[in-house]
Design a protein. Structure first.
Length: 463
């Protein structure tokens, strides 16, 4: 069975899932090349740049777990609808932002809406496809949504250079409208689970446990580690996160069921996700900003610099998803990150001249191949290990892990590159990126098991 031979409903489901996820992923990356233009108009320096990125990731990472629970309890279609509507409104607020503070607030709202999109999108695929067709569908989803990580800088660069950074957010209107029209054609959700409720306390503790430590990481260069402005949020945040874990162990309907982590491929895959997506966030952020602020590239050229990665992802992600479905994901999850690391280590050849073809391009090509080898098998290994009845929360946990990894990586970036990004800072950043990717490959090679059967859903009470 190929995707072309799938039923019309299956093809429609895949299209909706891709479009909804693409919107959320694109807005997480399209912003990178627009940061210099944003702070040039609104002010705020590197701290504002970090917050424009992290305000989105904080709320997305914290709320995405709750969104996964909502998706399983109340229906994928319903959650997708409200996520799309909320994302549209927040995007328009971002586009009209009169100040850096307003933009940061609007980005936080955008993250909340984005959290509703991704777990429901993957869950609706997992509940519609099965067997080898499911692996191929995830591969196709990965091929298109992964391009958002790399196509984002190109799209953002064109809009910044040819018009305004504000269009980076306004362009969401058209794809969201199309997705809403297609979504209306999907079959209705099943009835809501009896007694389903929202884990409000878990959501609050999750937001505090993520947001406050990240605030401390971003602002510590301005205040210092000894300042109460840094110490108090860091301590309260850590205590909140501990309370979050304890609460999730005891509540009857947790937003993050800890029993999922008893499944080997799920737990190991999420550890690999942490290292790989933390590395990806550091590498893509630093390279996009460095090429503009130090290399003198325009925003468009900085986006074009990563075009080879997009091409690899579009052409080969479905292939590697299919191969992982046949041969198992372990080899691909081990080799892919190590190949990606080799690409970043090659970027140590970048000099003050920042010659693209001799210094940047070889590393980008090898990194792109490594990324493409990794992502679809990683997604299939993690979600394929969990019963489809928990597809929403399983995909939410994995996406939360990847977003939080990126969030912490960007927040801690100043510890690696310093207060100003220069050539030495770039070299330190690519070394850290490469090391993190090697660790991801090693974790996968040691821990992932091929042919793991999905774990059946355990009772919700007493998890």
């Amino acid at each position: 069975m190929t995707l072309q031979s799938s039923s019309p409903v299956q093809r429609l489901v895949l299209t909706v899932a891709v479009l909804a996820s693409f919107v959320a992923f694109l807005d997480g990356t399209v912003i990178n090349v627009a940061l210099p233009a944003i702070t040039g108009e609104l002010g705020g320096g590197i701290s504002a740049q970090q917050w424009v990125v992290d305000a989105y990731l904080i709320t997305l990472g914290a709320i995405i777990l709750l969104a996964g629970s909502l998706s399983d309890a109340f229906g994928r279609k319903r959650v997708l609808f409200w996520g799309l509507v909320g994302f549209l409104v927040a995007s328009l607020l971002c586009a009209a932002a009169p100040s850096a503070a307003f933009l940061i607030g609007a980005r936080a709202l955008q993250g909340i809406a984005g959290a509703l999109l991704v777990p429901s999108s993957l869950a609706i695929i997992l509940s519609t496809f099965s067997g080898a067709a499911q692996a191929r569908a995830i591969g196709a989803w990965t091929a298109w949504t992964s391009t958002a990580f790399i196509a984002g800088p190109l799209i953002g660069g064109l809009l910044v250079d040819l018009a305004s950074w504000r269009l980076v957010f306004a362009i969401n209107v058209v794809p969201i409208a199309v997705t809403l029209v297609l979504l209306a054609r999907l079959p209705a959700d099943r009835p809501a689970d009896a007694g389903a409720r929202v884990d409000v306390l878990g959501a609050v503790l999750g937001v505090l446990g993520l947001g406050l430590p990240v605030f401390a990481l971003i602002e510590q260069p301005n205040f210092g580690w000894s300042s109460p402005v840094i110490i108090v949020p860091a301590v309260v945040g850590i205590l909140s996160f501990v309370a979050f874990i304890l609460h999730e162990r005891r509540t009857a309907q947790p937003m993050m069921p800890l029993s999922l982590f008893r499944v080997r491929n799920f737990s190991v895959g999420n550890v690999a996700t942490t290292f790989f997506y933390g590395a990806l966030s550091i590498g893509s952020f630093v390279l996009a900003v460095f090429l503009q602020q130090v290399g003198g590239y325009s925003a468009t050229l900085a986006g074009l610099a990563l075009l080879p990665v997009t091409i690899f992802s579009i052409l080969l992600s479905t292939l590697f998803g299919r191969l992982a479905g046949v041969h198992g994901p372990r080899l691909f999850m081990c080799v892919g990150p190590i190949v990606g690391a080799a690409g970043f280590f090659l970027m140590l050849r970048i000099t003050d001249e920042v010659n693209y073809w001799s210094e940047v391009f070889p590393g980008v090509v090898i990194f792109g191949l490594g990324l493409t080898i990794t992502v679809a098998p990683l997604t299939s290994a993690i979600l394929g290990a969990i019963d489809s009845s928990r597809a929403g929360i399983a995909s939410a946990v994995n996406n939360a892990v990847s977003r939080v990894a990126g969030l912490v990586a960007i927040a801690a970036l100043s510890l690696v590159v310093g207060s100003t990004l220069d050539l030495a800072g770039l070299h330190r950043a690519v070394i850290v990126t490469g090391v993190l990717m090697v660790i991801a490959g090693a974790v996968s090679g040691i821990g992932i098991v091929n042919g793991a059967r999905p774990a059946r859903a355990a009772p919700r009470i007493g998890e």
